[in-house]
Design a protein around this ligand. Sequence first.
Ligand SMILES: O=P(O)(O)O[C@@H]1[C@@H](OP(=O)(O)O)[C@H](OP(=O)(O)O)[C@H](O)[C@H](OP(=O)(O)O)[C@H]1OP(=O)(O)O
Ligand SMILES: Nc1ncnc2c1ncn2[C@@H]1O[C@H](COP(=O)(O)OP(=O)(O)O)[C@@H](O)[C@H]1O
Length: 282
Amino acid sequence: MLKVPKHQVAGHEAIGGNLGPLIDDSGRFYKPLQDGERGTKELAFYHSLSSDTRLPDRIRKFFPAFYGSQLLEASDGSGLRPHLVLQDLASNHLDPSILDVKMGSRTWYPEASDDYIQRCLEKDRTTTTVSLGFRISGLQIYENKESGFWKPSRKDVLNFTVDNVRLVLRKFVSSNSPVDSNMKPDCCFAHSVYGGPAGILEQLLELKTWFEDQTVYHFNSSSLLILFDKESLWEGRTPFAEVKLIDFAHVEEGKGVIDHNFLGGLCSFIKFISEILTDLNE
Ligand SMILES: O=P(O)(O)O[C@@H]1[C@@H](OP(=O)(O)O)[C@H](OP(=O)(O)O)[C@H](O)[C@H](OP(=O)(O)O)[C@H]1OP(=O)(O)O
Ligand SMILES: Nc1ncnc2c1ncn2[C@@H]1O[C@H](COP(=O)(O)OP(=O)(O)O)[C@@H](O)[C@H]1O
């Protein structure tokens, strides 16, 4: 039985009769192939990744597992449509807090259509994409059983300033309410979630070592999806905090050139996470 994901934080959503991803109870995430080149590009990327022997195992783990494609009834009622069959990254987390961070100081690329470039340029200039090399494109933070999740609207997220980003990255690992804007985030989970040998910072640094070398792919407009849940943290499960790469509808061949755009954004994001840990130590 397919259903609408409970923990989707950005992108096209299968609610209100729209086209969007679906999940099942076995831990699979079905992402409909988007129209035009976008869908075929993302499918081709996953196929190429599966057979790419150059990809080290320590890097493969950053991508959702890929189980091919399947024709399924689309969520918008338009009939059968091919879907990517992916690992549902939220399925092994109870009440996950999730951040979707769109990487790069530009989300457009020269091969795209003029109309697409114009739309991207506009969003890049009005968000932190240009200034920071990344923008938060969606999030949810689990508070507690009574209050559930704090999930700011898409419009509010698109309006995040640099200061908002700094604050949200602190709220993400805090125990006090993310809703109350007067409350200083206590960052009480920062050491365990961002720090430590299996924490987010280590994972980001490992990913960075690959981006410093790899010239095979250019990850235009792709995101880092960061997930953790308090339950796994308390139970000492590993990994309880994960960094994954998603959204490959605009990946291009790297043709021997470093993906400076993604790498620059990654370095900038790493700095923001490192600062939180440094501030705690001082
Ligand atoms: O249509 P919208 O306004 O929801 O824009 C989508 C973006 O949502 P946003 O407004 O930034 O929250 C959406 O951004 P997120 O993935 O939500 O960060 C994508 O940029 C999407 O483009 P594409 O599918 O990657 O080509 C964008 O879709 P397209 O406009 O390219 O179809
Ligand atoms: N494999 C996955 N498992 C769980 N959730 C996912 C997965 N891929 C994407 N998502 C969720 O869906 C959202 C949108 O995904 P994305 O691939 O960027 O779609 P779009 O192409 O519509 O922008 C992400 O922010 C995340 O919440």
